[in-house]
Design a protein around this ligand. Sequence first.
Ligand code: ADP
Ligand code: ZN
Length: 526
Amino acid sequence: APPAPLDLSDAREVLGRVWGHADFRGLQAHVVAEVLAGRDVMAVLPTGGGKSVCYQIPAILRPGVGLVVSPLIALMTDQVEALKQQGVAAARFDSGVPMEERSAIWRAARSGELDLLYVSPEGLAAGSMLERLSEIDLSLIAIDEAHCVSQWGHDFRPDYRSLGRLAEIFPGVPRIAVTATADARTRDDILASLRLGEARVFVDSFARPNLQLSAERKINGSRARTDAAVVDLVRERRGKSGVVYCGSRDGCERVAQTLRDAGTNAIAYHAGFDAKDRDRRLERFLAEDGAVMVATIAFGMGVDKPDVRFVIHADPPGSLEAYWQEIGRAGRDGEPAEGITLYGPSDIAWSLRRLEGRPMAEEVKQVQTRKVRQLFAMLDGAVCRPQAVRRYFGETDAQPCGVCDICGDPPATFDAVVPAQKALAAVQRLGERFGRTRVVDHLLGKTKDVQNWESSLSTWSIGADLSLTAWRDVIDHLLFEGLLVEDPNEGKPIIQLGDPEAVRAVYRGERPIQVRKAPVRVVEAE
Ligand code: ADP
Ligand code: ZN
C-alpha cells in the first residue's frame, strides 16, 4: 500500500473517540483522506475490512449531512442504532419509519444537526425524497454494497440503477462507493453506472492468510451422509464457535436438530423466524461459548463476531463472491480459522434450477449461471483455493497460499481431454436423452441392449479403459465446468451438452481438462 496520508489527525481522533480504534488499517486512511478532500472514491475492501468508517468519519467531519444509500433495511437499523449509542447523530429514513417521526428527521437534517442519514435505494426513488434532499446541505453521498448496481455482480438490484443520477442532481457533493466483492468487470460497471469516472479506486488485497480453506465432494444424492459429515466436522471442532450454511430453511432446521442430537450447541437461523426470535438466536450465538449457528444466507450481513473459528458450507453458495463473503465471517480477529465447503453434482443442478425459476432478464440469468459454474469449477478444481478466488477478483499476482487443502496435499489429477471427448460424443450420440448412469454404462459397454440399438453406435464401449468411478468423476467434472448440463426432467435428470463453443474447444483438443483421481475424502456411510 502507498504511504498513509500524513494529516489525518482529526480523523484519527474521531476513530479513537467514537469507535475506540487505535489507528486506521489497510486502505482506510487513503479512502478517508480522499473523501475528506471532497473527491469521489470507489473502495473495494474485504468483508470485515471496515468499510463503514470510510464514509462515516468524513460525514462526521465535513459540514452537512452524509447521505448513505444502503440496500438492507435491517442492516440500516442496526448501523443507525449502533451509531446513536456511540453518540453520532444518525437517522434512517425508510418505509419503516413512522409518519410522526419523519418531519423531525427532515428538520434535523435541514438544520444540519444530523451527521448521517441512511436511505434505501427504493426510498430514494420514491415520492418527494429527492426534492427534500435538495434542500439539505450534503457532506457526501455513500453508496454501500455498490456491487448491487451491476448485472455482473452477484447481487444485482434494479433499484440501484437509478443511483447514477445522483451525480447530476448533487454536483460537487463527493460520492463514495464501497463494496466487498467486485471482480474487474463489476468494478468497471460500478464506475460507469454510478458515473464515477473521476473517482480514485482503492482495491485492498483479498488475501485472508489466517483462513485455511478446503472443499470436499459429497456423495451424490445422500442427504443423510452429508448431514453425518457435517456432524463429524463440527464435533472435531467441539468448543469452537462456528457457522454452518445451508441452502434452505428446511435443511437448516434439519441440520441444527441433527447437530443438537449429537450433543452440540447448534442454533438454527433463517428468515422464517420472526424478527424477535431471530434477535434472540443471534444473542445466544454471540453470548454462548462454542455455539454453532446453522443458517441460511439470511444470516451474516452486518453480524460482527470476531472469534468465529469455522464456516462450513453444508450446501455451497451461488458464486465465488458469495463464497468469499461467507467464509470471510470466520477469523475476523485474525486468529486461525477454517472454511470448509461440501459440494456435489446435485448442488450445482439445484443452484441452476433455482436461478431458472427467478424472475430476471435472460442476460442477468446467463451471468448468474456462469458465476455458479465458476464457483463449482474452483471447488472441484486443483488450484490453490485463495489463489483461484483472488485471481477471479483480479489480483493477477496472487500466489499459492500454502495452507489450503490443495496446497497441503496436492490432489493427483489426470489429463482428461480424451475421456472428455468420449463422454461428450457419447452424450451426443445417445441423443441427449439419458442420465449419468446410462451414459457411463454406454461408455463401458454395459447397457442391456436387446435390440442392438446402442451397441451399433460408434461410442459404444469406447470407455472400457477407465473404471466406473473414474467415469463418474469425469462426468461430474464436466458438469461442474458446464461442458455438460443436467436437465432435472421431473426428477429423472438427463444429461445434455453444455456451452457449444466450449464443447467444440474440447473436441479440438484446445481446452485442457484435469480431473482429480479420487474425491478428496470419501464420506463413510453410517
Ligand atoms: P465491513 O462493512 O467492511 O465488513 P465494518 O465496517 O462493519 O466492516 O467493520 C468491521 C469491524 O471492524 C467492526 O467491528 C469495526 O468496528 C472494526 N474496525 C473498523 N475499522 C477498524 C480499525 N481501523 N481498527 C480496528 N477495528 C476496526
Ligand atoms: Zn492454497
